[in-house]
Design a protein around this ligand. Structure first.
Ligand code: SF4
Length: 678
């Protein structure tokens, strides 16, 4: 039964055969059910509406995943493989073994890879070796631990299909984060190179090295690349030594052309974007686990992925990997080039939603992308990760929302004044409330990342943070959130401070591994174990809109209660709503935009009313008729300009600068009713 249904369900969830919704809603007798599908049905007394069928279908597939991992391959997960084996794994042995011995690797993935490598797309029937020259490079990306074992399996099959003449390189977020102080050279049995950070410089240097070899010259040491030296040891080329590594355990070779490759990489980051050539998105499976609209953004649709900047413009949060290039080095992209690339990708894939995968979306780049989107008739909607600082004003959020911004996620971490200071967020709790209120007022969905177990955090801080989060949900300022247990990492500011003797209370435990070593254990972390369950339960209730009126009392038996006033957030949110423009810093020559519908002039002799709709809500002003006519004309002109208008120019066009005109009160009267000042 599982085998009969699996293909049907995958096809249904990837957009094929919509009629299956009606069959699923009848819960046919032969439908295979496990614990997830059963509890889904129980919650509905066995009755499923056709629109709930996707949620049932994904649970059945997850049940199948449970069955596979129980009966066939414990490493299997529906969206990752052997994640636990690869997560900050001190030794390479178990990872290497999983690529050969896992049931699914052996019986399914490796044979499939063999077929792919032996029958390339352009010569589907011929053996790759017989069909022509083998590729110069096979490039494998490992963004997360759950992709490592699969990538190693692919490397092994590529080696066997193409032989030693093809160079195999591994890069991506996992490599750049975890493998920077590798001592075990075992991985170089499978791959020739590890490419670090953005990867463009590394790849360019490898390609040039290959060309040099072909010209009979010795290839120079590459840029930001690790390889195995002739004596078998790991050698890092063009990469600075890792903090905390001894010189004798980290062999570093300078890249003679470091400056040139660094410049090439910066230019590539600015102007080079995924083109989605040959990307088939038709098989992407929707996974509507939750009714929460913010959660569904992650799993219920395929997105075009772009970055408006490489790195984070803030890069100062103490728990974050700010010592890593992909956080610390801030390089904005060219929004115009990005927009053109996205248009081309939209044409190729049919996708109109963009997920900006930035560490923290930069305001200037986002505003420019939004302007281009408005000018082109809003072909895209978009969302991404932000920092909840004061740059997100009411008017900017409104303009961005009117330009296609649908959702943001961002780090709150510890939702107290002390917690925000401790984690180096760089904004205060009132700033946070103000930024959240600006997004929510614009109708943008908001997700918050939270942490607990941070060194120096007390149970009192945590219960205050939990109560503040409840109040944020109750005030409608958050749509969803997730509590992460704090993880100390080798590349964090906190670890750097500990190494400098500035964190005497922190006690990292030495793990002295030889493979993936970014995550570090520290003394005292287990004291937070009892909080895992209670925090998860509270959050699940609040996200579902339950128990929002019940202040948090204590999180664990005998633990402290909150010290926060029950209306702490409400007071701040009210202040933000009553004085929405208080803390704005406008540029010396602000611009105005019209976000509402076109104005219509109501009949009247001396005094006329101009009316329009702002997000479905009627709005308007009354003015002496000649002024009203002029203002209506100025607004109509402004509405047609995606780039907006200089404020002074708009006021002049509206007659505000002339005697008897509405003067300075005009922007104030229209702001929030359709006019945005940025
Ligand atoms: S946590 Fe986010 S905002 Fe803070 S430094 Fe890291 S990427 Fe930047």
């Amino acid at each position: 039964r599982w085998a009969d249904w699996a293909g049907l369900l995958v096809r249904f969830l990837s957009g094929g055969d919509p009629a299956l919704a009606f069959r699923l809603s009848r819960v046919p007798d032969d439908l295979p059910l496990g614990s997830r599908a059963e509890s889904f049905l129980e919650e509905r007394d066995g009755l499923v509406k056709p629109e709930e069928a996707p949620a049932l279908a994904i649970r059945i597939l997850d049940d199948l995943g449970d069955l596979i991992s129980f009966a066939l391959d414990p490493d299997f997960g529906t969206v990752r493989y052997a994640e636990r084996t690869a997560s900050s794994r001190a030794e390479f042995g178990p990872v290497s073994e999983a690529a050969d011995s896992g049931y699914l690797m052996r019986e399914f993935y490796r044979p499939w890879l063999r077929g792919e490598f032996r029958a390339p797309a352009d010569s589907p029937t011929e053996d790759a070796r017989g069909a022509g020259p083998c590729p110069d490079f096979v490039l494998l990306t490992v963004p997360f631990p759950g992709c490592l074992v699969g990538a190693l399996a692919a490397a092994r099959e590529a080696r066997s299909a193409f032989g030693p003449g093809t160079r195999i390189a591994l890069g991506g977020g996992y490599v750049s984060t975890e493998l920077r102080c590798l001592r075990d050279p075992g991985i170089f049995r499978d791959v020739d190179f590890l490419c670090f950070d953005a990867g463009y410089g590394s790849l360019a240097s490898l390609i040039e090295g290959l060309q040099a070899e072909r010209d009979g010259l010795p290839p120079p040491p590459p840029y930001r690349t690790a390889r195995r030296a002739s004596d078998g040891a790991v050698e890092y080329c063009g990469l600075p030594p890792e903090p905390g590594t001894r010189a004798d355990s980290f062999r570093s070779v300078p890249c003679p052309e470091e400056g040139r490759f660094a410049a090439l990489e910066s230019e590539a980051l600015r102007t080079n974007f995924p083109d989605y050539r040959n990307a088939d998105v038709s098989g992407c499976v929707r996974a509507p686990y939750s009714e929460n609209p913010m959660h569904r953004i992650w799993s219920d649709a395929p997105w075009l992925k772009y970055q408006l900047a490489y790195g984070c413009y803030w890069h100062r949060c103490s728990f974050c990997d700010t010592r890593l290039d992909y956080v610390r080095r801030y390089l904005p992209s060219d929004p115009g080039a990005l927009f053109e690339a996205a248009r081309e990708a939209r044409r190729r894939t049919g996708l109109s939603g963009i997920h900006f995968t930035d560490e923290a979306l930069p305001l200037p780049g986002l505003m420019e992308f939004a302007r281009l989107n408005r000018a082109a008739g809003r072909p895209f909607s978009f969302w991404g990760n932000v920092r909840f600082d004061l740059v997100w004003t009411v008017d900017r959020c409104a303009l961005l929302a009117a330009s296609g911004l649908t959702a943001v996620s961002g780090g709150i971490e510890i939702a107290t004044e002390r917690g925000l200071a401790m984690t180096g967020k760089g904004f205060t709790f009132p700033d946070l409330v103000r930024a959240l209120a600006a997004f929510k007022r614009a109708g943008v969905l908001v997700h918050g990342y939270l942490i607990y177990g941070f060194p120096g955090q007390t149970p009192g801080d945590l219960v205050d943070s939990a109560e503040a989060v409840r109040q944020l949900f109750a005030a409608g300022l958050l749509d969803s959130a997730f509590w992460h247990r704090f993880v100390l990492t080798r590349h964090s500011e906190l670890y750097a401070r500990w190494r400098a003797g500035l964190e005497p209370d922190l006690e990292p435990l030495d793990r002295s591994g030889s493979f993936a070593t970014n995550d570090l254990e520290f003394r005292g972390s287990v004291r937070w174990d009892p909080y895992d369950g209670p925090l998860e339960t509270l959050l699940a209730d609040w996200m579902a809109g339950r128990k929002l009126d019940r202040p948090v009392r204590r999180l664990v038996a005998g633990g402290p209660g909150p010290t926060l006033d029950p209306d702490h957030v409400e007071v701040l949110a009210r202040a933000a709503a009553e004085r929405p423009y208080d803390v704005e810093v406008l540029p010396s020559r602000p611009r105005v935009h019209w976000l509402a519908g076109l104005p219509a002039l109501a009949p009247g002799d001396d005094v006329a009313r101009i009316e329009w709709f702002d997000r479905g809500r009627p709005a308007g002003v009354e003015l002496p008729r000649p002024r009203a006519e002029r203002l209506a004309e100025a607004i109509t002109d402004l509405a047609r300009r995606p780039e907006g208008m200089d404020l002074e120019e708009f006021l002049a066009a509206a007659g505000a600068a002339e005697a008897g005109g509405p003067g300075d009160s005009l922007p104030a009267a229209l702001r929030g009713e359709g006019l945005a000042l940025v």
